[in-house]
Design a protein around this ligand. Structure first.
Ligand code: OAD
Length: 254
């Protein structure tokens, strides 16, 4: 781990972006590390609308296994450090996560935007009914169908509420992030990205927006990310070790 500075958050707003690396120390595989999920699965098969159309059973099996696994693991010291700093900063804090595992919320984070959706919500593949909480596993047997569509005489499968490749991010989420970044112009703000390879857009470009608005930017990652050079500072290390130190938290208490 490289030496960890303490972030000066006095009067500052903090926008945090997290990725799969934050949950690695809880025991969940990342996507692009060796042995990562995209080494074992073709992303187009399990994370695209076309893949779902081709083989919905495979897609439901993939996400059912991940639902099952995410429930068995626990948030780690990195998740808890972020929940602690939110308690301190309150509405000067926003957490944007690409993770769909729900671990930030289980650690106590409230101001969370799940920009790539949630493993624990389901929606219709056809109609625009609101996504709903769902813990069910579809490992075998019949796949879930939309009762709303059925009532209207259509056949439609339910699907995980996850933003797949080729799909748009929620516009409301993007507006909320933009508004948070632009709030109180002239006041100090910090953008912190943690555990993300910086290859998936548009999220990988948030650092550019943050910089253009005058934020100081910091990356915490086990390895250099694709966009490391865009950050003012890079702390190489594991998030569960680095984040408590970065926020000046006493690790013994966590
Ligand atoms: P990746 O798997 O692309 O990157 C994870 C990053 O975390 C890597 O750069 C690792 O070096 C780093 N890392 C691993 N362990 C770490 C640790 N303990 N502490 C800190 N860093 C660690 O995951 P994401 O960047 O989250 O999208 O991937 C972005 C999106 O691509 C995901 O949301 C997913 C995927 O395709 C969808 O499924 C829609």
């Amino acid at each position: 781990m490289t030496p960890v500075p303490t972030l000066d958050l006095e009067d500052a707003r903090l926008l945090v972006l997290t990725g799969a690396g934050v949950s690695a120390e809880s025991g969940l595989a990342t996507f692009r590390d060796s042995n990562g999920l995209w080494e074992q699965h073709d992303v187009q098969d399990v994370a695209s609308p076309e893949g779902f159309e081709r083989d919905p059973r495979l897609v439901w099996k993939f996400y059912s296994l991940r639902r099952e696994q995410a429930k068995t693991v626990q948030p780690n010291a990195g998740h808890r450090a972020l929940a602690d700093v939110e308690k301190r900063l309150q509405d000067r804090f926003m957490l944007v996560t690409q993770n769909i595992d729900g671990l930030h919320q289980r650690a106590g984070s409230d101001r969370v935007i799940e920009i790539h959706g949630s493993l624990f919500r389901t929606k219709c593949s056809r109609c625009d009914r609101a996504p709903f909480d769902d813990q069910a596993l579809y490992l075998e047997g019949a796949l879930p169908v939309c009762r709303v569509c059925e009532g209207a005489g259509h056949e439609a499968l339910l699907r995980p509420d996850i933003v797949w490749f080729g799909e748009m991010l929620d516009q409301g989420h993007l507006r909320a992030i933009d508004a948070f970044m632009r709030r109180d112009p002239g006041s100090p703000s910090v953008f912190l990205a943690v555990g993300t390879s910086g290859v998936v857009w548009p999220v990988a470009g948030l650092v550019n927006l943050a910089r253009s608005l005058g934020a100081s930017t910091c990356l915490v990652n086990a390895e250099p990310a694709d966009n490391t050079s865009r950050f003012h500072s890079f702390v190489q290390g594991k998030s569960a070790e680095v984040l408590p130190a970065l926020f000046g938290l006493n690790r013994a208490g966590h």
